[in-house]
Design a protein around this ligand. Structure first.
Ligand code: TXA
Ligand code: MG
Length: 346
């Protein structure tokens, strides 16, 4: 892979025009969204998408989200039924991704959707992301701008740490306001939750007027349907213990709320996701703090219990992934495209 000079530019109209020009030239641009920083490429250009998979070291059958400027643009890519339309109308622009049947003339390339007959679409709610999409005028695939298997970036500096030399431009607009990725819903017969995220399940259920099941596993064959749900996807190097009520000497402590475990004094370093016990604040701090503790040289991170309500469901999901036993970065949990196809479309 050619090594690029990576520039970090503060958000500005000039940086937005430059981003659009780089995308049009088949280059990669990292930019802020309201959830996490994304690594963008022209969704219609398979060479650009291949470059993106290479930069992330991502298994190439892991499909990407196409980001578009508005619902009208999304409807040129995917088939919306009444429920999808309702969700889009209430939640977009915002942190909701819909996996829907691809239209015949969908411009998103086969590589971006990993050969599936569905496409993931989202209209982000961040002024810089929206300006780039408007200036570029075509769908932009944007996975989180980290190397595959690492925690998602919520600062331009995180992107630089993971992808320097692999991306032409990083647009810096400060910390990601939400800090966890979008909620992913898929039309698999019924509407199911593939990834808990920044919009809570309760909100989605309120909009639809019925319960929504989780479907990380295909009901018929037991295979995972969203490859991003690989058990160790969000993986710090240190071991991570969830629901910790005690702290071992030398561990790092990731706290939540005003009350620390009694033996918190054992911790080498303590960060608190939210002193006040607020889940929104905790989500915004999550990846940043995980990186900071991971970088502090400890072998283990103890994480106190986080309530599993509202944004807590997404936070606990990311923590579970971070706590899962490691797989070598390049190993693939899937036998290939066929596995994915049967998992998602049947
Ligand atoms: O908040 C977000 O969604 C961020 C920002 C940058 O927009 N993006 C993001 O993308 O989290 P990524 O690529 O890290 O996660 C996308 C997830 C993956 O788990 C992928 O497998 C799943 O979406 N996905 C994409 N297309 C799919 C499809 N057709 N069927 C099932 N899962 C799909
Ligand atoms: Mg990701």
């Amino acid at each position: 892979m050619a090594v690029l000079a990576t520039r970090i530019a503060p958000a500005s109209p000039a940086a937005i025009s430059e981003a659009a020009a780089l995308l049009a030239a088949g280059e990669l641009v990292a930019f802020p969204t309201e959830t996490v920083y994304g690594l963008g490429a022209d969704a219609t250009n398979d060479r650009a998408v291949a470059k993106l998979y290479a930069a992330k070291e991502r298994p190439s059958f892991n499909p990407l989200i196409a980001h578009v400027a508005d619902l009208a643009a999304a409807r040129r890519l995917a088939q919306f039924d009444a429920e999808a339309l309702k969700l889009a109308e209430v939640c977009w622009p915002g942190p909701l991704t819909l996996v829907l049947p691809k239209l015949h003339d969908c411009s998103v390339g086969q590589l971006a959707t990993a050969g599936l007959d569905t496409v993931a679409v989202r209209v982000p709610d961040h002024p810089i992301a929206r300006d780039i999409l408007a200036a570029f005028g075509k769908p932009v695939v944007a996975p989180s701008a980290n190397r595959s298997g690492c925690v998602s970036p919520t600062l331009a500096q995180h992107v630089h740490a993971d992808l320097a030399g692999r991306v032409a431009l990083i647009i810096d607009d400060g910390p990601s306001p939400l800090g966890v990725e979008s909620t992913i819903l898929a039309r698999l017969g019924r509407m199911v939750l593939l990834r808990p995220g920044a919009i809570s399940r309760a909100t989605v259920e309120g909009i639809l007027g019925h319960d929504v099941a989780s479907a990380t596993i295909a009901p018929d064959n037991g295979r995972p349907v969203a490859p991003g749900m690989l058990a160790s996807h969000y993986a710090p190097r240190s071991a991570l213990r969830m629901n910790a009520v005690t702290v071992a000497p030398g561990e790092a402590l990731l706290a939540f709320g005003p009350t620390l475990p009694q033996d918190a004094g054992n911790a080498r370093i303590i960060l608190n996701l939210s002193d006040r016990g607020e889940l929104v604040e905790a989500a915004a701090n999550l990846f940043n703090y995980l990186r900071a503790l991971d970088g502090s040289g400890v072998n283990s991170i103890a994480v106190v219990p986080v309530p599993n309500e509202d944004l807590g469901e997404a936070i606990n999901d990311r923590l579970r992934h971070a706590a899962a036993p490691r797989r070598p970065r390049d190993s693939t949990a899937y036998s290939g495209l066929e596995t994915l196809r049967s998992g998602i479309t049947s």
